[in-house]
Design a protein around this ligand. Sequence first.
Ligand SMILES: O=C(O)CCC(=O)C(=O)O
Ligand SMILES: [Fe+2]
Length: 197
Amino acid sequence: MFEGASSPRPHYPACPEPQLAIGTTKHSDPGFLTILLQSQLVSALQVFYKDSWLDIQPVQGALVINIGDLLQLVSNGKYRSNEHRVIANPIGPRISVACFFSRPFGNTSRSYGPIQELITQENPAIYKVIVIEDYLMKFLNSGLDSYRALDYYRVTKMVIEMDKASELKLNYIWSVLSFTSKFMYEIIKTLCVNSLT
Ligand SMILES: O=C(O)CCC(=O)C(=O)O
Ligand SMILES: [Fe+2]
């Protein structure tokens, strides 16, 4: 086994009423890569692709490779992690063997960021550097949210683009406001002066 690899065996009991159960919720794997030997028994793994769920049919002797969030981060978004889920099934138990390639265990102060060689002026870093400890906390706390831990590390640039019509409208509102406030100021001044004299 490589450093940073773990190999749990997800075990899914048969579900008598799958229509009432969730199975595993939609998620992307937090590490770099996951190599999966799917149970041949039943098709239960689904990948979210172009707004719909696709069944990943088990193929005899084939391994499924899932790209994880950390690979998306270090490749500066060139490789995209996939969102997947496992649906509940009346046939089972289903046992698959997953090998997660994540990060060296025990060293939670380790940091990762987009690979320097991939960063140019045309392709600036779209992710900040993460510290594993902080990232894992965000991952564990994200629960059923659709906002992923990785999303917290996006470099966001607020670009406010305004079309000509909105700009004209804004200028108009601004001039009306400043005229009104000048007008109001003059009225208040006159009232004050009058009341004092
Ligand atoms: O059991 C499977 O087919 C997928 C398991 C999985 O997505 C996971 O353990 O992260
Ligand atoms: Fe997964």
